[in-house]
Design a protein around this ligand. Structure first.
Ligand code: XMP
Length: 509
């Protein structure tokens, strides 16, 4: 059985980051809400308690049955987690009188404590708390202090319970990774054997077990997640996986053909469905972005449902859902706010009544890429920029027509090919071309023109939540602009988008 670390989420914005750091050490971990976590069985090697926007002094502060797990498993409390354990054991936690936010240095580190193995005196840490632990009970040993925080870290004597008031998961805590490694490897005894290869092996075995001879349908999008999910399922059940790749007429130039070809090379049982006209018909006359999105979503469901019906006796729907989509973040308003609404199952298309299998639902995006690489998936598919589901429809402002799609595809292909040949494609998080609903005057030869404008967008980002525009070299922008205007009939002006998110967004619609 896969050994793991449980991270109990008390609502901190850093909880996911703790999980990332644990996994970077090749140790599998799961995040669960503090008030709803699975039975702690023998696969659990240790528990980390996260931070929280709450104060332990509040009447409705999140609780954890500390006594139940203390002395049975190693426990590391981080920030609120540390304060909670101190408070629970009758220590004193009160609002801090001095600023305890930002960088600080551990002026004192106890000799020989396993949590601080190989961490030098004065190590820089990052603090972020309004409360502070003033006093700890007699059986707590203070094992690190800063100038202003006496109880920066403690250890409950003769146990494997530790608390730290700084955040080891942020990079400003220079030795944070070492501290986590000390806790996870030396104290919890984790084996550090959770690698892409081990993930692939155990996932394929469990998919075989779960699916047996059942049939699965899966919609491919050309993106990383659905491709990796498909290849894993293919390794497990081979031809019983039926992939459907829909051409909605809103993909990049030649993308449908080339991606379909790559899928076939990978040995996938994939059916390409040309549904361009159905999408164009549904989009006719629509210029409101939300109406366009809804129309595309609706037609996709219709097309997919038709295709799924062609597969006899299908029992499962495969999906490329990844971990950030499934982590139930703790609502600071309490558990009732996280209860999900129930769908009216009767009104759903047939394929949605299938059982769902999601082989990637424990992985973060970069882990999906690593697994994809270990599976031998084409770098071209793994490294591609994110592309929105509604595709070029939300990059054509206003009404979408096949002619506008064609013009945009040509301009966009020139843009993307130039990013690739200049060696900057992989440095850009996402790039695309936008067809603007304005025409402007130009001259070509002796002729006056009155044609369309396209905008180029390129952003740097980590997760799409915030983004900065890329400072592409002027020479490259000049070359792209020339090539577009000289080669794409219908465009006589190119502009570059220099807005960051926020306040702008990445897409224009
Ligand atoms: P925004 O424009 O909100 O985009 O800054 C953030 C990220 O989300 C993508 N995006 C979408 N993806 N369906 C999708 O599948 C959509 O309707 C959609 N809208 C935006 C966008 O490409 C960027 O990566």
């Amino acid at each position: 059985m896969q050994e793991k670390i449980l991270i109990l989420d008390f609502g901190s914005q850093f909880t996911q980051l703790i999980a990332r750091r644990v996994r970077e050490l090749n140790i599998y971990c799961e995040i669960h809400p503090f008030n709803n976590f699975p039975e702690v069985d023998s696969t659990v090697k240790g528990i980390i308690l996260s931070g929280s926007p709450y104060s332990v002094r509040q009447a409705d502060a999140p609780q954890f049955d500390f006594a139940r797990h203390h002395r049975t498993l190693p426990i590391l409390g981080v920030c609120y987690g540390a304060q909670y354990i101190a408070h629970y054991n009758a220590g004193e936690v009160s609002p801090s009188s001095t600023r305890e936010y930002g960088r600080a240095n551990l002026q004192y580190i106890a000799d020989g404590n396993p949590l601080f193995k190989e961490i030098p005196q004065h190590s820089q840490v990052w603090m972020s708390h309004a409360d502070t632990i003033q006093n700890v009970p007699a059986d707590f040993e203070i094992i690190a202090s800063t100038d202003s925080v006496r109880v920066a870290a403690y250890h409950i004597k003769d146990t494997q319970t530790f608390g730290i008031q700084f955040h080891p998961e942020v990079t400003h805590s220079i030795d944070g990774k070492q501290l986590l490694q000390n806790f996870l490897v030396d104290i919890c005894g984790c084996a550090q054997d959770w690698t892409p290869d081990s993930f692939i092996e155990t996932t394929i075995a469990s998919l075989k077990d779960k699916l047996g001879d059942d049939k699965v349908v899966l919609g491919l999008s050309g993106g990383v997640d659905s491709s990796v999910a498909a290849v894993l399922l293919h390794h497990a059940i081979g031809k019983n996986l039926y992939c459907i790749f829909v051409d909605n007429g809103l993909l990049r130039k030649d993308e449908f053909e080339s991606v379909l070809e790559s899928y076939k090379h990978m040995g996938l049982n994939v059916k390409g469905v040309d549904a361009k006209q159905r999408f164009y018909d549904a989009l006719e006359g629509l210029s409101d972005p939300e109406k366009k999105r809804k129309a595309i979503g609706r037609v996709f469901i219709e097309v997919f449902d038709d295709e799924a019906h062609q597969v006899q006796d299908v029992k499962w729907l495969g999906q490329g859902t990844i971990y950030p989509d499934v982590i139930e973040s703790v609502s600071v308003k309490g558990p009732s706010a996280t209860i999900k609404s129930h769908h009216n199952v009767g009104g759903l298309p047939d394929f949605m009544k299938l059982k769902v299998v999601e082989p990637l639902n424990t992985l973060f995006k970069d882990e999906v890429r690593k697994v994809g690489k270990a599976l031998g998936i084409d770098a071209n598919i793994l490294g591609r920029h994110p592309f929105p589901g509604p595709g070029l429809a939300i990059r054509i402002l206003g009404e979408v027509t096949p002619e506008k799609v064609r013009i945009l595809q040509e301009a966009d292909a020139i843009y993307i090919n130039n990013l690739r040949s200049a060696g900057v494609y992989d440095k850009v998080w996402q790039a695309g071309t936008i067809f603007l609903p304005v025409q402007s005057v130009g001259v070509m030869g002796d002729e006056r023109t009155y044609e369309n404008v396209v905008a180029l967008r390129a952003v740097e980002s980590v997760d799409g939540m915030t983004a900065d525009w890329c400072h592409l070299p002027y020479d490259l922008l000049a070359k792209i602009s020339n090539e577009i205007i000289n080669n794409v009939k219908g465009i006589n002006r190119v502009v570059y988008d220099i807005s960051s998110k926020p306040p702008a967004t990445i897409e224009w619609e």
